[in-house]
Design a protein around this ligand. Structure first.
Ligand SMILES: [Mg+2]
Length: 254
């Protein structure tokens, strides 16, 4: 297998499952470090702050600094930062999104709102949804960290941010702009962080519909790893991943 110049690596189902590290993951990251190949962990989960993820990874013996972390919240904040216009956002989300917006000095307010920004919010209320809908109806742009409709939990699937966003989208009649995988926005920001071009990078992930589809759409090579949610039967014949791996120890770096 080719050594790529940079690696975009999903977390949930690829590196860890809950609080357990997936076999082969630690060794793989150490191989990247040994070869001085840059990596960015790229996760649609908008609820984590970079610091929380760094802590979690460090406990698993996986070295990570801020420059290695890209959540859909961080990607959303970076996306808004690039905007030419002055951004005043009404935010629905948890600490991960709030902190990411703060880190990029994005104004959060409910006055003269230009953007409604949505991430998963497990304390969501009818009032918040009503305010968001009203702002979008009055012309604010609807931006959403990710499209995930359902998220796995110990007790089954729960509504994901894509489902919450659909309420505001349906009530306002406006389509949201999604930032997280499979949208190209987040992958492009990941490439910028790696300082690499699309063709120089491998994206590794366990979700065919977000990681692999997003990677293919963005022109990066992909490794579909079968340690998480995805299964071989997900693969469409017209959209093949570059590699299919049983786990990360299957990937041999030259
Ligand atoms: Mg995953």
């Amino acid at each position: 297998m080719t050594a790529y110049k940079g690696y975009l690596i999903d977390l949930d189902g690829t590196i860890f499952r809950g609080d357990e590290v997936i076999p082969g993951a630690v060794e793989f990251i150490y191989k990247l470090i040994e070869k001085q190949l840059p990596y960015v962990f790229i996760t649609n989960n908008s609820s984590y702050t970079a610091d929380l993820l760094i802590d979690k990874l460090t406990k698993m013996n996986i070295p990570a600094k801020k420059e290695n972390i890209l959540t859909s919240s961080i990607a959303t904040a970076k996306y808004l930062k690039q905007s030419k216009e002055q951004v005043k956002c009404f935010m629905i989300g948890e600490i991960g999104l709030k902190q990411a917006l703060k880190d990029e000095n994005i104004v959060m307010t409910n006055q003269h709102v230009t953007h409604v920004v949505m991430g998963i919010d497990r304390q969501i209320t009818y009032d918040k949804l009503a305010m968001a809908t009203d702002f979008v109806r009055k012309g604010a742009t609807l931006i959403s960290t990710n499209k995930d409709l359902a998220i796995p939990s110990e007790t089954g699937f729960k509504p994901g941010n894509g489902a919450l966003t659909s309420v505001v989208s349906l009530s306002s009649g406006k389509e949201p702009l999604f930032i997280g995988k499979p949208a190209k926005n987040m992958i492009q920001i990941g490439l910028n962080m790696l300082n690499c071009k699309a063709r120089e990078v491998l994206l590794i992930g366990d979700n065919y519909f977000t990681d692999i589809a997003g990677g293919i759409k963005s022109g990066v090579d992909t490794a579909f790893i079968l340690t998480g949610i995805g299964q071989r039967r997900d693969i469409k014949s017209t959209m093949q991943p570059t590699y299919v791996l049983n786990d990360l120890s299957d990937y041999h770096l030259k």
